[in-house]
Design a protein around this ligand. Sequence first.
Ligand code: ATP
Length: 334
Amino acid sequence: MSKDSLITVENLYRYYGELCAVHDLSFEVRRGEVLGFLGPNGAGKSTTMRIIGGSLAPSGGRVLINGIDILDQPILAKAELGYMPETPPLYRDLTVDEYLAYCARINRIARAQHWSAIDSAKERCGLTEVGRRLIANLSKGFQQRVGIAQAIIHSPAVVLLDEPTVGLDPIQIREIRTLIREVANEHSVVLSTHILPEVQSVCDRVQIINRGHLVLNETIGEMRAKLQATTLLVALRMVPSIAELESIHGVQSVEPLEDGRLRIAFDADRDPSDAIVEQAVANGWGLHELMPERMTLEQVFVDITCADTALPQDSKPNLNPGPDLNPAQAGEAA
Ligand code: ATP
């Protein structure tokens, strides 16, 4: 476990009867990091989030929140944890101030610090002007902000956000993403989402889970390198010989496509685009299209999650049955 790790997940398993929903999952989230947690429906994301959040027992393995085992010391571990489920647990008949005062109490913030904690959470979430408004009367975007405010009011080390931008309009989405980045300055954030551009714009690390298995765990930098183009699509009116094209510096191979275009593969560090343009002009090839073929995160996601055969057959080890925790077991104050 690294010194900076705020969430440590070790060899996590969760069975529902015979179904293995989470299979030997291990990862860490470091201080200041936003982890994007991706996967198709039924992949095991919510199960993992609920285990990390301490509301579901694992069948095997362990979870440490800031070094504290969530099963051994749930109350201590949960003090380090803020959680916004997909549907934020809001009381619509309360004002924002009343609701956050309630959240301050259930998170055991000392009475003398209640209002400073509430004011700080409101300020960070852009809620200062709406403290006296009924939650029911706020827009969906502002309700999401209240959901995030309740998750950070006790200044936890780790914040879990389940699909925080679902159902918001594009402006609200931008505002909530900015807020998530700000929250990450002081906390570690795990963001479960289906929205792939969200991962690219907000996260430092991306993890993809498929049928309970962790199938990708990379930093956004590593991901960007992977998404960089290493092929070009080229259309020429007068197509020269393949050998002529392959002699251009940087070109690895040339594949004629059915629509008359050429797919030109090249080394990542030697993009031959300029040389192709020069040669096309000099030789009158009539270049009318040259386009880098980039992979998108969506393609990576589809490739990985459709590659079912790569996953090993799950054999059920001898693990405890892992019931849902009741609030007393889970040490839930709320
Ligand atoms: P989604 O994006 O659709 O919410 P997910 O990645 O969050 O999916 P989970 O909800 O964790 O996936 O479900 C993982 C698997 O476990 C699914 O096959 C689901 O049907 C199953 N599952 C989840 N909860 C239970 C339960 N309480 N009892 C039985 N099976 C369950």
